[in-house]
Write a protein that binds this ligand. Structure first.
Ligand code: A2P
Ligand code: 11C
Length: 336
């Protein structure tokens, strides 16, 4: 059986990656509808060697599509996801808009695929934030075996998380700096070239950013456990693709280090780098593929149940497009 698929935000960084991932993973697409705003309607994008014209989402008849992969921003999903869902199109939404809605499942297929069945509540499934997805893949096997009391995490996030204009801003600022020209920042709150910015998204009343609170709330929802204390600091770094995370956890029960290594070696979607003196990085390992890499695994010398790790993954792939397409694969395998 084949499915009609609509990609909303088709001209964006994640949208283009979704189109590539559908092709690479041989998703059984019958008709592909590429949707964006009126700004880019009429543009051509290639899929499986064919040229498809981008359509304005305004006025698109979603009853033509079985599955919608949405990645055009929260306010666009707020408007169009219910329209699509009511027309019978199952929406897999890559924005933050529906993630905290208790009726909408928030799914990382390797971690909580079973929760997908709740998609029937609203015909909408939420794809988690990229920084949460890679952390969940690394922590789920340890959580299942020993429980987790607390997570302290600092992220080092690539500019591509903020979209194509953000990628352009880093490139432009870098070139300007090389040419000793003045630099302007429009997308990021401060200069991002050759800098590090401890702010992703806007601030909430508690002094944490929205990106940080996503890591708290999404971890609780995906693992189905609100007792885990999560303390994140999210930071933007001048890297184009691939988020990095320094994660420290305190397990609920004492852990066996060799067993943890074995769990991570057996876990789906992750690769543990154990070679002495080696470790994965966003650019040299994660960027351009779907694996979540773990390195620097070591016992925390300051806490008996503490464990440290370094986790990198391509935020536009496993952090967004690939996870969405994997959800679609689960959906057609088990429900549609
Ligand atoms: P468009 O090319 O028409 O602006 P990115 O995350 O890389 O910045 O991409 C954002 C994606 O979301 C683009 O495909 C963009 O399309 C799309 N988009 C942004 N605003 C809207 C909107 N109001 N309606 C439909 N698509 C939108
Ligand atoms: C970033 N994590 O790196 C963000 C992008 O909630 O889907 C993804 C925002 C989201 O800027």
């Amino acid at each position: 059986q084949k499915y009609n698929v609509a990609v909303l935000g088709a001209t964006g960084l994640v949208g283009r990656q979704i189109i590539e991932t559908l092709e690479d993973r041989k998703f059984p697409v019958d008709q592909l509808f590429l949707l964006a705003s009126s700004r880019s309607a009429g543009e051509d994008i290639k899929f499986r060697g064919e040229t498809i014209e981008v359509q304005d989402v305004e006025g698109f008849d979603f009853s033509q599509a079985h599955i919608g992969l949405f990645s055009a921003g929260g306010s666009v999903s707020e408007k169009y996801a219910p329209i699509a869902a009511d027309a019978g199109c199952v929406v897999i939404d890559n924005t933050s808009h529906f993630r905290n809605d208790f009726e909408v499942p928030l799914v990382v297929p390797e971690v909580n695929a079973a929760s997908l069945e709740d998609f029937r509540n609203r015909n909408i499934i939420a794809n988690p934030n990229c920084s949460t997805i890679q952390m969940m893949l690394a922590l789920k096997p340890i959580y299942d075996a020993y429980g987790i009391d607390r997570i302290n995490v600092s992220t080092y996030q690539a500019v591509s998380g903020a979209g194509k204009e953000a990628v352009d801003e880093l490139a432009k600022q870098t070139a300007n700096l090389m040419n000793a020209r003045p630099m302007e920042n429009e997308i990021f709150p401060k200069q991002i070239a050759f800098n590090v910015i401890p702010q992703i998204d806007t601030f909430e009343d508690n002094g944490y950013t929205r990106e940080e609170m996503k890591m708290v709330n999404e971890t609780h929802k995906i693992l189905g456990d609100t007792t885990i204390a999560v303390n994140p600091t999210c930071v933007r770094v001048p890297v184009f693709f691939g988020h990095s995370e320094s994660i420290n956890i305190e397990t609920r029960m004492p852990y066996d280090f060799e067993h943890v290594k074995q769990l991570l070696n057996d876990a789906p979607g992750v690769e543990l780098i154990e070679d002495e003196g080696d470790y994965p990085t966003a650019v040299s390992d994660a960027s351009g593929n779907d694996t979540v890499y773990i390195g620097r695994l070591r016992a925390d010398i300051s806490h008996p149940h503490g464990l440290n790790m370094w986790v990198v993954s391509d935020n536009t792939r496993k952090g967004a497009a690939t996870n969405s397409v994997q959800i679609a694969e689960e959906l057609i395998a088990n429900y549609l």
